[in-house]
Design a protein around this ligand. Structure first.
Ligand code: UDP
Length: 474
């Protein structure tokens, strides 16, 4: 295991943009939590320090926790490729998808246990009895009993799930159940995700949130958006000066590094084009290939200046996602097979992960530059990639699945796709927003309000504080 450094963030930064009653509630709760938790560490254990929604959440929430005077810490599991193949399979099964087609058999279980036994030894050296431990997702589930026996207070937070049980999700749950049943608290992003055997008195529903000040979401001027994309070679007309500055999570300035092009196999987006964007990990369930087909199969209907950008992380940079390379390769093959005039309207980028703050800033710039942001997931735990453009007042077109349903009210704060596999409906929705900028603006405005209302960190931190207070019997 390794520990990820967390620098404190001042809660006042967040409080400053909240309505006064919410700001006050946050301050009061923070003081109370710091007192109640004094002398204890609040540990979080997950599978990766970067790439994906969980890492995104932990970076910010733990920093605010620290800012409030709570000793929050973050540990990342050690796993080998075999372990991540099993946990990715579990992830897919819980979503009702076959994934790599492999089984969750005795061999898979033995390897899962072996890797977690090794991690447990490491965790026991760091965690003290009485500490609180939040274990995230199936990867860390197998640590519940060992840490509980050690005297820690253990909650398991599951960020994924599906609304209706499915044959495969049941298999996934029977694999996991023996490991997590002993948790003191269960946290799900939606109530529907919790299997029936989770005792209701130990179940909490805590949707994710975003941080308006992180490099991912901070305000960027139109000029800086443009020059960030130009310098990184995501937009044509490259300049070779140093890119604009952004603020790193620890407060110091960062700069976008100049590059010839971050686009794979093709040119950057022409400057005047209107961008339809999906940002995702290269995960089958995000359906990047389906977005590509939806766009190109119906290109004739879309305005001529519409270009598609599919942006995901550099696949070497996300250790717990072994499918990434295959999905990215599939997208590259699909693009390569397109006739020239279609191919030049489709852009793929694998954003470098060696500098997570620069990566976040580039995602930010892409989202702000996009005319429409799509998220055509087949299933979705929550979908921060929907929350993020909503916060930026972008109009979104997203599948009516999972946590996206909690975020987007169809026709009010975005457009929902009832059937994510209906590519024509996808193209019609995108087209309708490109052709009606006034409506797109209205949806974007309502989207921002929706996030301000429900998906900022104050609600999330207060829910955590309430849970911790109950866990320690306060
Ligand atoms: N993300 C990123 N760089 C990328 C692709 C994705 O930072 O190249 C981020 C994205 O902005 C979002 C998170 O990864 O914050 C994905 O979270 P989400 O809840 O949408 O899905 P998950 O990946 O957890 O399934």
């Amino acid at each position: 295991m390794h520990e990820v450094r967390i620098d404190a963030l001042d809660l006042e930064r967040l409080a400053g943009i909240l309505p006064p009653d919410r700001a006050e509630a946050l301050r009061c709760r923070a003081v109370e939590a710091a007192q109640q938790l004094s002398g204890r560490v609040v540990w979080n254990i997950n599978a990766t320090a970067q790439g994906g929604g969980v890492a995104e959440l932990l970076q910010v929430l733990l920093a605010y926790g620290r800012g409030a005077g709570v000793d929050t810490r973050w540990l990342v599991l050690d796993g080998d490729p075999g372990f991540f193949t099993v946990t990715k399979r579990l992830h897919n099964f819980l979503h009702g998808s076959f994934g790599d087609g492999g089984d969750l058999d005795a061999e898979a279980r033995a390897h899962y246990e072996e890797v977690l036994a090794h991690n447990l030894r490491d965790a026991l050296d760091r965690v003290r009895p009485g500490d609180i431990v939040l274990l995230h997702d199936p990867q860390a589930a197998g640590l519940v009993d060992g840490l509980t026996a050690h005297g820690a207070l253990v909650a398991w937070r599951c960020h994924i799930g599906r609304d209706e049980p499915h044959e495969l999700s049941e298999i996934g749950w029977s694999f996991l159940r023996p490991y997590v049943e002993g948790a003191q608290e269960f946290v799900f992003s939606r109530r529907q995700y919790a299997p029936a055997w989770v005792p209701p008195e130990r179940l909490r529903v805590v949707p994710p949130s975003l941080d308006p000040f992180s490099a991912k979401n901070a305000e960027i001027s139109g000029r800086d958006v443009r020059s960030s994309l130009l310098v990184a070679g995501l937009m044509a007309d490259g300049s070779d000066g140093a890119g604009p500055a952004f603020e790193r999570r620890r407060g110091e300035p960062g700069r976008v590094r100049p590059r010839a092009s971050l686009m794979l196999d093709g040119p950057p987006v022409p400057e005047g084009a209107r961008v339809v964007l999906q940002v995702s990990r290269w995960d089958r369930l995000k359906d990047m290939p389906g977005v590509l087909r939806g766009f190109t199969d119906h290109l004739g209907r879309l305005p001529e200046d519409a270009h598609l950008v599919l942006a995901g992380p550099d696949v070497a940079g996300v250790a717990d996602d072994p499918e990434g390379a295959a999905v990215l390769a599939q997208c590259r093959d699909l693009r390569a097979a397109l006739p020239d005039r279609m191919r030049e309207r489709v852009h793929l980028t694998a954003l470098p992960m060696d500098d997570v703050d620069e990566n976040a800033h580039l995602v930010n710039a892409l989202q702000r530059h996009a005319s429409v942001v799509v998220q055509k997931s087949l299933v979705e735990g929550f979908g921060l990639t929907v929350t993020e453009p909503m916060w930026k007042s972008r109009p979104v077109v997203a599948s009516a699945v999972g946590g996206i349903l909690d975020q987007v009210e169809d026709g009010v704060s975005g457009l929902l796709l009832p059937d994510p596999l209906d590519l024509e409906a996808f193209a019609i929705a995108v087209d309708s927003l490109l052709r009606d900028p006034e409506r797109a603006r209205r949806l974007g405005h309502a989207a921002h309000e929706r996030v301000l209302d429900r998906f900022l960190g104050d609600r999330h931190l207060i829910q955590y504080a309430e849970m911790f207070a109950e866990m320690i019997g306060g």
